[in-house]
Design a protein around this ligand. Structure first.
Ligand code: B12
Length: 247
């Protein structure tokens, strides 16, 4: 029998999705395009070394706004279109953040963010992959994210919101049972008179009709987090955002 062993270690998801994708032309400048390709490939080490190399001639803001951010915006599109999966998206986000960190060090200051979002995974819940995607896509769109992690007690979430006053709060739950923690957060925030949108999502059994408490907005897909934050920044209240994304 004639067996071809050449492809036994090939990651077919990457083969299918990356083939042809990284050379998406997003810049006419060859140096910036190199950085773009490296972010889309999710290669943090190569991105860091390219950024350092090109910082010798280029303005850090050009590298951020003309290479790192457009590359990650393109990755967000690949995620929305189900071409990129979790690992590719998170790797690209890490590469973008690595590049931004180096540029910020060079500038001596952080770039201006569109606004702050606090994300967390529900008390009692370890299913944080959805939250990680939410973080990556929010950062890709220029939001500052405070990631409280997983299994976060209700009190810690409420205290963080009181302290940092974000545009929006997000919650992820894998276990249906843990949606109850979101309800408690909502009650505590309302008691304090804080009425920010609380975007909630999660796999397993989390359904739109469970996010039926005050402030709660159901998000079916992580890619909705950034547009929701943009609406919050425009001044839409949680009910208007809920109506927009669940009708
Ligand atoms: C991976 C996994 C685990 C991993 C989690 C690792 C990790 N770091 O996340 C581990 C092994 C730890 C685990 C443990 C358990 N798990 Co589990 N797990 C899964 C599994 C297979 C995949 C979940 C996942 O990550 N999906 C991928 C992510 C990206 O999807 P997502 O979180 O849903 O996020 C998407 C959307 O929901 C949305 N989204 C999410 N958050 C947000 C937020 C906002 C703002 C927006 C806009 C959108 C959004 O965007 C994402 C997509 O774009 C599911 C089954 C399944 N196929 O869903 C079971 C599942 C969730 N687990 C289940 C169970 C029962 C358990 C355990 C109790 C098992 C046990 N007996 O120990 C424990 C509980 C641990 C705990 N305390 O949390 C059940 C839950 C049942 C239920 N309805 O409650 C499921 C459904 C499996 C099943 N069919 O029974 N699990």
């Amino acid at each position: 029998m004639n067996i071809d062993f050449n492809n036994i270690f090939v990651r077919y998801d990457l083969l299918v999705s990356v083939k042809g994708q990284p050379s998406q032309l997003l810049s006419q400048d060859q140096d910036l395009q190199e950085i773009i390709d490296s972010v889309i490939k999710g290669d943090s080490i190569h991105t860091a070394s390219l950024v350092k190399q090109h910082l010798e001639q280029k303005d850090p803001l050009d590298i951020i706004y003309k290479a790192l951010i457009p590359a990650m915006e393109y990755v967000s599109k690949l995620w929305e279109e189900n071409i990129y999966y979790l690992p590719q998206t998170l790797n690209a986000s890490d590469a973008m953040q690595e590049g931004i960190k180096i540029c910020e060090e060079k500038m001596g200051r952080a770039i201006e963010k569109k606004g702050l979002v606090i994300t967390h995974t529900a008390e009692g819940d370890l299913h944080d992959l959805g939250q990680k995607i939410v973080n990556a896509l929010l950062r890709a769109q220029g939001y500052e994210v405070i990631d409280l992690g997983n299994d976060v007690p209700v009190k810690v979430v409420v205290d963080a919101v009181k302290k940092y006053k974000p545009l929006m709060l997000t919650g992820t739950a894998g276990l249906t049972l843990n949606v109850e923690a979101f309800n408690r957060i909502s009650k505590e925030l309302c008691k304090e008179g804080i009425e920010i949108p609380f975007a909630c999502g999660g796999g397993g059994g989390v359904q739109v009709n469970m996010i039926n408490f005050k402030l709660g907005v159901y998000g079916k897909d992580a890619s909705l987090a950034a547009p929701m934050a943009a609406d919050a920044k425009k001044g839409l209240n949680w009910e208007e955002i809920k109506q927009k994304y669940t009708s």
